[in-house]
Design a binder for this molecule. Structure first.
Ligand code: PEP
Length: 255
């Protein structure tokens, strides 16, 4: 089964609305018509509307970095899935390790968000991954299994093809340390196995599993050539059009 590669940029808390539009337009101009690789950009909430207009009419898709699981209500500072949909967002990153470690997000909360995203026709990019201490203690697979199974609890077989998993070893995020291709492929294959158990072989083969953690033009081709690595969730290297576009090209080359 060939899965279309996906390169998603997580801009985190970077870029004013004007800066975000400039970056989005550079990406659209260079790659907005190519269809070999799916491209998603995830600006901060404050730039969603302007970037939505910048990518309109191109093949570049819009994602958010987080959302609340309720549709509306007294949740100061939060935004909901219908609000994201109103900006034509199609994807949302959920359970990023920074949300888990800095904002106390639990597996249960991530699961509620996943279900809310799917209910609102948003594709969740569900982040899982172990900390350095967990890897050193030999519990990588156990941690990834618990996070993946809990995140997917209650996801119907019908909606399952919309999910995207991002394996992001926490020790590799923003650190310049990248997992070796063997380390990454091992965990990706393991996640595919969990999906097979939960959803059956045919559906599990359709779900894309991205790698995230210091992915750069220099290390991307080898990572993206692995059997179960279907793209990348990119932090630092997504903040400049040149490096982000090189990753898109690397994914096209590995397709
Ligand atoms: C991320 O935060 O999802 C990420 C992968 O960051 P970086 O590429 O900077 O390691």
């Amino acid at each position: 089964m060939t899965r279309k590669k996906l390169i998603a940029g997580n801009w985190k808390m970077n870029k004013t609305s004007a800066e975000a539009v400039a970056l989005a337009l550079e990406i659209v101009q260079a790659a907005g018509k190519q269809s070999e690789v799916d491209i998603v950009v995830c600006p901060p909430f404050t730039a969603l509307e302007s970037v939505s207009k910048a990518v309109d009419g191109s093949l570049v898709k819009l994602g958010a970095q987080n959302m609340h699981f309720e549709a509306s209500g007294a949740f100061t500072g939060e935004v909901s899935a219908p609000m994201l949909r109103a900006f034509f967002a199609t994807h949302v990153i959920l359970g990023h390790s920074e949300r888990r470690s800095l904002f106390g997000e639990t597996d249960e909360l991530v699961n509620r968000k996943v279900l809310a995203a799917l209910k609102n026709q948003l594709r969740p990019i569900i982040c899982v991954g172990e900390s350095l201490a967990e890897r050193e203690a030999g519990s990588t697979l156990k941690v990834v299994q618990a996070q993946t199974e809990k995140a997917l609890e209650g996801v119907s077989r019908e909606l399952a093809p919309a999910i995207i998993i991002a394996y992001e070893p926490v020790w590799a995020i923003g650190t310049g340390k990248v997992a070796t291709t063997e380390q990454a492929q091992e965990v990706h294959a393991f996640i595919r196995g969990i999906l097979t158990k939960l959803l059956g072989e045919a559906l599990a083969q359709r779900v894309r599993i991205l790698y995230g953690g210091s992915m750069k033009p220099a290390n991307a081709p080898e990572l993206l050539a692995q059997k179960d690595i279907d793209g990348g969730l990119i932090g630092g290297a997504s903040l400049e059009a040149r490096s982000f576009l090189e990753l898109v090209r690397a994914a096209a080359g590995a397709a």
